[in-house]
Design a protein around this ligand. Structure first.
Ligand SMILES: *Cc1c(COP(=O)(O)O)cnc(C)c1O
Length: 460
């Protein structure tokens, strides 16, 4: 499989080059040259597979030419070894025609593990083959940092540095990062805000000499391999609910649009996914877009669901490319306008196509708390604040009741114990394999908000 940029000007690359490149050189995001379509008969035959077996079938066409089937199967096996539930992604029923997919059984209890565990193994495999190494530097406000650290720990050819704002992430989130004792992992507590951390990382990437010197790389959510790995659980769920012979819908707590875009890919591969519902918190750029046809930037405000506190959903560019008939020049023009003016408008034809598949709703913190409480009362399922938004977004969608709707539970409630306890009166406990998190020794280095200090640490 070969990959093209959404802005049409970057070189066409193979899977392993896309894996290591992240962003395309023209500023766009990589997508497959064409969508591999699976026949209904083939989907039916895959209904009896385990999660791991299905993962190999679904991903094989995307890595074709870079990995053999056996290599892919070995990497998938290793990636799923760290999950804490035998089903990997258990599907539970909440009500008639309403299901919740628990995507929090990975090593750091958020859905990001489902992709990042594999991405870590892919990096190691490809780098080993090339005799190369990379330095990953990233900023986190919560879930991404720990998932990336767990994915990269103990790897020979990867060093990882994660910046978090000192004193501004939750205790569980910080400890999930700082209690990993691996010589290739460095946690940096920055005297500043999350935005300061992000600016420091951007500063490193902007310094081309430094970038080349340390082989700087990233595992952020625009990396194609993360989307690819997420397609698997859409297929896994749809098949359990009767696809390809029965349509399904998904409701997804959404930030960067990476997770829900994987649902779009599953549909392009031939699954009858008829609804994709975006759930937003008060940072509702996508919900406002859905109801207005203008994508307009506003400031970010903190909420109970911090992993969705984003200003711009970077993966939306991939859908833009698709719905504009893969016209890279048009995407480039729209994105340039968006960057310059903070607003992007699309025409009615685009919105008609978009709304026929996508819905969107937003919930503020008070509503989120009420959803957690009510869902616990009515179903016994204790939700994290992100997952709560996914559950209600399904119920409030126009298709609810007419087809099976699956809400994605993107994090374990114990990652957000204070918010969950306040809403429900129940303090969620960590799973047994993590019960001693608060007794483990923390390792972190404090640094000022200073790029030269950061460079010195990364150079080592
Ligand atoms: C990252 C994250 C999201 C948002 O996912 P996107 O792919 O960025 O849309 C939602 N919930 C949780 C718990 C997350 O960690």
């Amino acid at each position: 499989m070969r990959y093209v940029s959404t802005r049409g000007k970057a070189p066409v690359l193979s899977f392993d080059d896309v894996l290591l490149a992240g962003l395309a050189r023209d500023g766009g995001l990589y997508v497959p040259e064409r969508w591999p379509v699976v026949t209904a008969e083939q989907w039916r035959a895959w209904r009896s597979l385990t999660y791991g077996q299905l993962a190999v079938e679904v991903m094989a066409p995307f890595v074709d030419g870079s990995l053999t089937r056996d290599e892919l199967a070995a990497l998938v096996d290793r990636s799923l070894g760290s999950f804490g539930h035998r089903a990997i992604a258990p599907l539970k029923q909440l009500g008639a025609n309403h299901y919740v997919l628990e995507l929090f059984h990975g090593p750091t209890l958020a859905f990001k593990d489902y992709a990042l565990q594999l991405v870590g193994n892919l990096f190691e495999h490809v780098l080993e083959r090339r005799g190369d190494h990379v330095t990953i530097v990233g900023a986190t406000s919560g879930d991404t940092g720990s998932a990336a650290i767990e994915a990269c720990r103990d790897r020979r050819n990867v060093r990882i540095f994660i910046l978090h704002p000192h004193g501004r992430v939750s205790d569980v989130q910080r400890r999930q990062m700082t209690t990993v004792h691996s010589s290739n992992v460095t946690n940096l507590a920055v005297d500043g805000t999350f935005d300061d951390c992000q600016d420091l990382v951007k500063g490193l990437f902007a310094d081309e000499a430094f970038r080349d010197e340390v082989h700087l790389s990233a595992v952020n959510s625009i990396n194609w391999a993360r989307i690819m790995a997420q397609v698997v659980y859409y297929a896994w769920t749809a098949l359990q609910l009767g696809a390809p012979d029965r349509s399904v819908g998904f409701a997804v707590p959404t930030g960067n649009f990476g997770n829900i875009f994987a649902g779009y890919v599953a549909r392009q591969m031939g699954l009858p996914i008829e609804r994709l519902v975006i759930g937003s918190n008060r940072n509702d750029i996508l919900t406002r877009f859905t109801h207005s046809s203008a994508m307009r930037i506003t400031g970010v405000e903190p909420s109970l669901s911090p992993s969705m506190d984003i200003q711009v959903s970077s993966n939306f560019e991939r859908l833009l490319f698709e719905l504009l008939g893969r016209d890279g020049a048009r995407v480039e023009e729209l994105m340039r306008g968006f960057r310059e003016h903070g607003v992007m408008e699309v025409d009615e034809a685009f919105m008609t196509a978009f709304r026929s598949l996508f819905g969107a709703t937003r919930y503020d913190d008070e509503q989120t708390g009420a959803i957690i409480r009510r869902t616990l009362d009515e179903t016994g399922e204790l939700l994290c604040p992100h997952s709560a938004i996914g559950v209600q977004a399904a119920i409030d969608d126009r298709a609810f009741g007419s087809l099976p709707m699956v809400s994605m539970a993107t994090a374990h409630p114990a990652k957000f114990p204070d918010a969950v306890e306040q809403a429900s009166g129940v303090r969620p406990g960590l799973p047994p394999r993590m019960a001693d998190l608060f007794e483990r020794e923390e390792r972190l280095q404090r640094i000022g908000n200073d790029i030269e200090a950061l460079k010195a640490v990364v150079r080592g």
